[in-house]
Write a protein that binds this ligand. Structure first.
Ligand SMILES: [Zn+2]
Ligand SMILES: [Zn+2]
Length: 225
């Protein structure tokens, strides 16, 4: 039950063959290299070109909102009359702080260290749904024993297929540098260029040249994941 990529992917909107990890964004009406997601807040896509900048942006924006919120709370506490505008600003700053620094920033750090984009991280759950559907069709919805046996057989032959691991290659440090660059200045400031060309990525050795998950016996002896 291996997931098989069937040849090149084609974008019918842009009339191009889509490189690996590229997806079409309907908001921007174009294909985006190493597509992560379309961000309504910055009004554009996050992908290969700006992912590192997006992360530093979230970090500094979150810090600024926190600073702003604390400053306003201290100021409001000192004034005898409560100003509605200041209270509203405290609430907005607090919400933006939570959204950027508490939610988005650690989520994207986790994604980088996992070697996946946001959209790729959803592939695993979609794959599990397809598997469950196929098993239910083949064995019936209540055949727990049969289901367990098939899953065990798949695991023996294929070793726990996870299609979203296609581009997971290397150590956590390598995955971090692949995305954020080698220079630590780029890790904290929006400077420099992204690595590579956004088209070619090193593939997980458990996948074949066409993106097909290889059977366990064809895996390299030392898997670099
Ligand atoms: Zn397209
Ligand atoms: Zn977009």
């Amino acid at each position: 039950m291996p997931p098989v990529a069937t040849g090149p992917r084609y974008c019918r909107h842009c009339d191009i063959i889509k490189p690996d990890r590229t997806h079409h964004c309907r908001h921007c009406a174009r294909c985006v290299l190493q597509f992560d997601h379309h961000c309504l807040w910055i009004g554009q896509c996050v992908g290969w070109r700006n992912h590192a900048v997006f992360i530093t942006f979230n970090f500094w924006a979150g810090l600024f909102c926190l600073y702003n919120m604390i400053l306003l709370i201290v100021h409001t506490a000192k004034t005898p009359k409560v100003d509605g505008q200041q209270v509203a600003l405290i609430v907005v700053s607090g919400l933006l702080f939570l959204f950027t620094l508490v939610m988005l920033f650690p989520t994207h750090i986790h994604l980088i260290l996992s070697g996946k984009s946001t959209i790729e991280s959803f592939q695993e759950s979609a794959q599990r749904r397809r598997e469950n559907h196929a098993l239910a069709e083949q064995l019936g919805p209540c055949n727990v024993k049969g289901r367990r046996a098939v899953l065990k057989q798949w695991d023996t032959e294929w070793g726990g297929v996870d299609i979203s691991d296609r581009w997971v290659f290397g150590t956590k440090s390598q995955l971090w540098k692949r995305e954020m660059g080698d220079n630590w200045i780029r890790w904290i400031l929006p400077v420099g260029k992204p690595k590579g060309d956004g088209i070619h990525f090193e593939s997980n050795p458990r996948f074949g040249p066409n993106g097909e998950w290889l059977p366990k016996e064809a895996w390299p002896t030392v898997a670099a994941i």
